[in-house]
Design a protein around this ligand. Structure first.
Ligand SMILES: [Mn+2]
Length: 300
């Protein structure tokens, strides 16, 4: 079904078709180009939330996300929107093999028994029409409620629902989008050079966001609006994505969690088995692991 949709929208391409055949069970899965690491040493969590992956764009940090997916397992996984960037794909078809590898890993996870709930965002809004349906074990929902192990109830949604409320900041959203794509392109090349020089991953807009007063004000206001909406619905908190800024804040008694993105920050939100929640900054986790690795190699 996805295959037909994408075929019509973006022109024929074997990649999406073969994945659609795999989801429907009518074909063997395509082999990933980056082989999957063994599942034995994976960290186990009760829940994992990721969003704003933007598959189909150069901005997507596929390499780090593949590493994350091969390092972590959970009972439930929420895909909190903007996983596939239909907006960009419509303008220009871009789908490297690594993006296939990510879809393959998510489908494989569902087949292994992880409950996967996909809440489409504004960039993959074409999937919202499939809300309530299940594809290869992936449930598509418009929004969800998540009950933590210690009994808190959290509303889970992408977060673009609140853009209209942020009308006074609309100009920033428009100018922001153009500037964002420019800065992401710069970010990409900076990191190509840094990788060559063996320097760790660096985020341009992570720094810029902390410097630009307007952006900080915008983000703060957004967080407050989302938390207030959750409080009005009588839940303990909210998990969202959309603004690409991982965060945990309290607004009165209401928890605000943002699971960040895989364009700049490369973050995930996780729930431990006791209900404790934590934001993971994957480049830092990789750096920690690499720092420990030489000692292991020498010992062996
Ligand atoms: Mn979004």
């Amino acid at each position: 079904m996805f295959g037909q949709y994408f075929e019509g929208e973006f022109g024929n391409n074997g990649v999406v078709e073969s994945l659609a055949d795999y989801v429907s069970g009518s074909a063997e899965p395509p082999k990933p180009t980056v082989p999957e690491r063994s599942g034995e040493e994976r960290r186990k969590y009760r829940t994992v939330w990721i969003s704003d992956v933007h598959l189909g764009t150069k901005g997507c940090n596929a390499e780090l996300l593949i590493d994350f997916l091969d390092s972590v397992d959970s009972e439930t996984m929420y895909l909190v929107g903007d996983i596939i960037d239909g907006w960009r794909l419509k303008k220009k078809f871009y789908w490297p093999a690594e993006h296939n590898d990510i879809v393959w890993r998510i489908l494989k996870r569902a087949k292994r028994g992880t409950r996967i709930i996909y809440i489409p965002g504004n960039h993959d809004e074409m999937l919202r029409q499939f809300s309530g349906m299940n594809f290869g074990g992936i449930e598509i929902q418009r929004a969800a409620f998540h009950d933590t192990a210690d009994g808190r109830r959290l509303m889970v949604l992408h977060g673009d629902e609140f853009d209209a409320v942020m009308l006074s900041h609309r100009w920033l959203a428009f100018v922001g989008d153009a500037l964002y794509h420019l800065s992401m392109r710069a970010n990409y090349w900076v990191n190509v050079v840094r990788r060559r020089l063996d320097l760790p991953y660096w985020s341009l807009s992570k720094m810029a966001k902390h410097k630009v007063k307007n952006a900080v004000e915008f983000i703060g206001k957004y967080e407050e609006v989302v938390a207030r909406a959750a409080a009005e619905r009588g839940v303990d908190g909210v998990v969202c994505g959309h603004i690409h800024t991982a965060e945990h804040r309290m607004f009165g008694d209401t928890e605000y969690w943002n699971d960040g993105d895989w364009v700049e920050g490369c973050n995930a939100l996780v729930e431990h088995f006791d209900g404790r929640m934590e934001i993971l900054h994957w480049p830092e986790e990789v750096a920690k692991r690499d720092a420990e690795a030489p000692a292991v190699a020498e010992a062996a």
